[in-house]
Design a binder for this molecule. Structure first.
Ligand code: SF4
Ligand code: MSK
Length: 675
């Protein structure tokens, strides 16, 4: 019998680089990967589509009678919604449980990061390590009172400064206790404007201890426990506040104390920061405990000499994701890319080592690294990979510099193993990064006044229309960088100043929006005038994902400076995560909403299959906290929803007319040729 002819194997579908990203070096590297037959996330996004039910938030797998899937009928629900899981769980219950679990995961990730920093700080305070020190004692003294730690002592009728080591120990012990303390509520809640604190109290959502709020979500969302979407979201709110005003804020503050608070500095961004004749080391993830030491190790003469002995001209350290943002804002180390560029950094063929810690790390890095000489090194006990080509060098903060040098040495020794086929895209952009609550105060308030009054004044007089926080990830389901950049450009064109963190900040840097010069090119006349006068970019880089807590505190400073209402929800401000993908983004979104911010997500939110629950997030939340969720995938509409909210708040504050006058003034000046 003749053998049946085998159909020729179908070539896998590949991503179209121009459709996958708006960024040139990313497009170049996708082409190179495809030529080398190395699969990337962009290709996988073409071949694997998201689950149509999961994306709407209405798949439950919380017990073994499921998974129960409750698809929304075409055209929506008419009459009574009779959909239910085997146990009777409604779409609202299922979507709310899923949403709350995302908040729990996000809070856990940020807070475990905060815990690691707090534990390291305790080791510093106890003098168990000398690799880390207190670099910003002023910040330590600033935060100590929130933890009930005295910064002065009374002696012989005199008030004296307390010994800094005693303050450090007090703060370290108290900060660590925040994760599991018995009784009371989180110490940092009192940093929020009083009316917001009152709302949290009234709603009964003040977080008690950080870990407890995560555990309680897992309990409430277990099969057969909380079956009221509003009550589930009450706990979701509590856990999100335990993140933003708890774990993440502790992480940011104690990192500032140990590594120094950021102040504006110049750097570059994009894959083009890698150097062909240098040993290239990429650090990736979120926790900067090890990467801080790697920075110091790479700068040491010993390692520079060693690199030269091994045939390189030096060491080029760069980062991906938020570890990049951490070492950028304190040391000027350039980011090589954002979340979706992680595989591409290895595909240059010039990456001697990629050193990863926790969060946002593709497991496929191991498969990509296999195609090159790159050493992929995991460093955290909770984040290992199963692939055999991955090395694990566990980082111990007690031997921080020793561990860092071991890793840098490995990278240097790997330089000689680099293949001949290297392609580093020649694209990079200049950026000014390193803004924080204090540096905004300085830059916009001036050294004499040194507060947020000038910023408020410019908002009141209408030169600055409002403030936007644009943050978060990339998502391979959307065109890489497009939503971030379109939204940010539309906002600044309309005189809205943008505060950015995370991969959004890296994106803004790559596309040249983090320079003072960007103001003249992209901003409306009012914002351009302010930026040019004080010499700041129209988009301010405030750091990593945990540093979204800086945005909360900056908003609080704006409230305190006066003239723009009494609470964060009164401000002409809005939040955005255009290309979000991470559970941490949902936790961040929820703590912004619960702190009074209108927060718009791009792409899609997993709530569409439960319209009643969605309405609670999109409208009901506003009655409770003054902020609310929204979702808008179209970037121009997305920006204009934020602007409409800002204008609504300006009107409520009675400052809408001021802006009309400013625009008239500007037109008049242009007519007079003064501009
Ligand atoms: Fe289905 Fe209910 Fe079990 Fe969820 S908890 S999987 S809805 S039976
Ligand atoms: S790294 S959480 S992809 S911002 Fe913070 Fe980027 Fe999102 Fe990770």
């Amino acid at each position: 019998m003749a053998e049946a002819k085998k159909a020729p194997a179908k070539a896998p579908k590949l991503a179209d680089p121009m459709e996958a990203s708006i960024e040139v070096s990313t497009q170049e590297m996708i082409r190179r990967a495809q030529k080398l037959e190395i699969e990337t996330v962009f290709d996988r996004a073409v071949t694997m589509k998201p689950c149509a039910i999961g994306i709407q938030g209405i798949c439950c797998k919380n017990c073994a009678m499921g998974p129960c899937r409750l698809p929304l009928p075409k055209g929506g629900v008419e009459g009574e919604d009779t959909r239910k899981g085997l146990c009777g769980a409604t779409p609202n219950t299922i979507a709310a449980r899923n949403f709350a679990r995302m908040i729990a995961a996000g809070c856990a990730a940020h807070s475990d990061h905060g815990r690691a920093v707090a534990e390291t700080f305790l080791a510093v305070a106890r003098k168990e390590t000398t690799d880390y020190t207190i670099k910003d004692p002023a910040k330590l003294i600033q935060i100590a009172p929130y933890f009930g730690v005295a910064t002065t002592i009374e002696k012989d009728g005199e008030t004296l400064d307390r010994d800094i080591d005693e303050i450090a120990l007090g703060v370290a012990v108290a900060a660590n206790a925040e994760f599991g303390k018995v009784g009371g509520t989180l110490s940092y809640l009192k940093r929020a404007p009083q009316p917001l604190q009152d709302k949290w109290k009234e709603q009964g959502v003040e977080p008690r201890a950080i870990d407890r709020e995560v555990v309680e979500i897992m309990h409430r969302t277990h099969m057969g426990v909380d079956q009221d979407y509003k009550n589930l979201m009450k706990q979701g709110t509590r856990a999100s506040l335990a993140d933003g005003w708890g774990g993440a804020m502790i992480g940011t503050d104690l990192q500032d104390v140990m590594f120094g608070s950021p102040s504006p500095l110049q750097s570059e961004a994009n894959l083009g920061v890698m150097k062909e004749d240098h040993v290239n080391i990429i650090v990736h993830g979120h926790e900067p405990l090890l990467s801080e030491m790697i920075v110091a190790a790479c700068q040491s003469q010993e390692m520079i000499d060693y690199a030269k002995e091994n045939g390189a001209k030096g060491i080029q350290l760069a980062g991906i994701c938020c570890t990049a943002n951490e070492i950028l804002q304190r040391h000027g180390v350039p980011p090589a890319g954002n979340y979706l560029q992680q595989e591409l950094a290895i595909i240059t063929g010039a990456c001697e080592a990629m050193v990863v810690d926790v969060q946002c790390i593709f497991q496929n890095l191991a498969n990509v690294a296999k195609c090159f000489h790159t050493k992929l090194i995991t460093t955290h006990p909770i984040a290992k990979m199963e692939q055999e080509n991955v090395m694990h060098i566990e980082f111990d903060e007690h031997y921080a510099m020793q561990d860092a040098k071991r890793i840098v040495k490995l990278a240097i020794e790997n330089f000689k193993n680099r293949g001949a086929d290297v392609m580093i895209p020649q694209h990079k952009a200049k950026q000014i990064a390193g803004f924080g609550v204090e540096s905004i105060k300085y830059h916009l308030g001036g050294s004499f006044r040194g507060d947020y009054f000038t910023l408020n004044d410019n908002i009141i007089n209408g030169r600055i229309r409002g403030i936007a926080g644009v943050v978060g990830c990339n998502n391979a389901r959307t065109k890489h960088n497009e939503e971030h950049i379109t939204i940010i450009k539309e906002l600044i064109k309309n005189d809205v100043i943008v505060l950015t963190t995370g991969c959004s900040a890296i994106t803004a840097a790559i596309h040249g929006l983090l320079t003072p010069e960007a103001a003249a090119v992209h901003c409306g006349p009012g914002l351009a005038e302010v930026c040019e006068t004080v010499g700041i970019p129209p988009v301010l880089h405030l750091g990593s994902c945990v540093d979204n807590s800086r945005i909360l505190l900056a908003a609080t400073e704006v409230v305190k400076a006066g003239g723009l209402g009494n609470d964060i929800c009164d401000l002409p401000a809005a939040g955005s995560a255009p290309e979000w993908m991470s559970e941490k983004a949902i936790a961040i979104g929820q703590y912004f909403v619960s702190s009074g911010v209108y927060t718009v997500f791009g792409y899609s939110l997993p709530v569409d299959g439960a319209p009643v629950f969605r309405d609670h997030l999109y409208n009901g939340m506003e009655e409770l906290y003054g902020g609310k969720w929204d979702c808008e995938p179209d970037p121009i509409k997305h920006a204009h929803k934020m602007i409409a909210h800002i204008d609504k708040k300006r009107k409520e504050l009675g400052i809408d007319k001021a802006r009309e006058r400013v625009l008239m003034d500007m037109a008049d000046r242009q007519a007079l040729g003064m501009d």
